[in-house]
Design a protein around this ligand. Structure first.
Ligand SMILES: [Zn+2]
Length: 203
């Protein structure tokens, strides 16, 4: 069993450090330096690691139908609310911190990314419809809330079934189960707390 569908590379952590330095520079009102760090975090290596991995879902499947696995259930048996309520998100974030429960990389919320795009439009590009025109560091470190047991398999949108994850560990998983992907259940490991605020200091 692996921890995540794709092993993070050192360049992801370098992008993270550059983002953190950019936030510090911005808060010290050194916009020029912040701009430079933000550009450093827009790493082509990180972009290539992530794209197209989050679209090529099938390539991550190691076993089509593992025995004892969960399976798709009728719509009437699914949680009527697939959305994860704000209170659940808050609880999950408090428990997991700003860190992917699968692969362990630090993450940043879309709110903070939007703010950075507004402040530094040239250094932090983001076109929703075009992943090629999205800032690579913030694309990779994009905070998600993942249903461990897929919603389509009857997984609930509650704190027991939801974990903090990065973009690839959420989107790359798609509707497949952890057994199909050969990934161990992150809920069986304690969250590891790190001194990382997800750049929330920019709020
Ligand atoms: Zn991850």
């Amino acid at each position: 069993m692996r921890l995540s569908i794709k092993e993070p590379i050192p360049e992801i952590f370098e992008a993270w450090e550059a983002l953190s330095s950019a936030a510090d520079a911005h808060l010290s009102e050194n916009r020029e330096l912040a701009d430079r760090f933000l550009r450093d975090a827009d790493s082509r290596v990180v972009w290539s690691w992530l794209n197209p991995a989050w679209e090529d879902v099938d390539q991550h499947v190691v076993e089509a139908h593992p025995s004892g696995d969960t399976h798709t259930v009728a719509k009437s048996e699914r949680d009527p609310d697939r959305r994860i309520r704000a209170a659940v998100r808050k609880e999950v974030l408090q428990r997991d911190g700003f860190r992917c429960r699968y692969c362990g990389i630090p993450i940043v919320s879309a709110d903070i990314r939007k703010k950075l795009t507004k402040l530094y439009p040239e250094a932090v590009p983001w076109i929703n419809s075009d992943p090629a025109k999205q800032h690579a560091g913030l694309q990779c470190l994009w905070l998600q809330f993942d249903h461990v047991i897929p919603h389509s398999h009857g997984g609930l949108s509650d704190a027991e079934n939801v974990v903090v994850s990065c973009a690839l560990c959420n989107f790359g998983k798609h509707g497949f189960t952890l057994r199909q992907l050969g990934v161990s259940d992150p809920r069986l490991r304690e969250p590891i707390s790190v001194a990382w605020d997800g750049l929330e200091r920019l709020r």
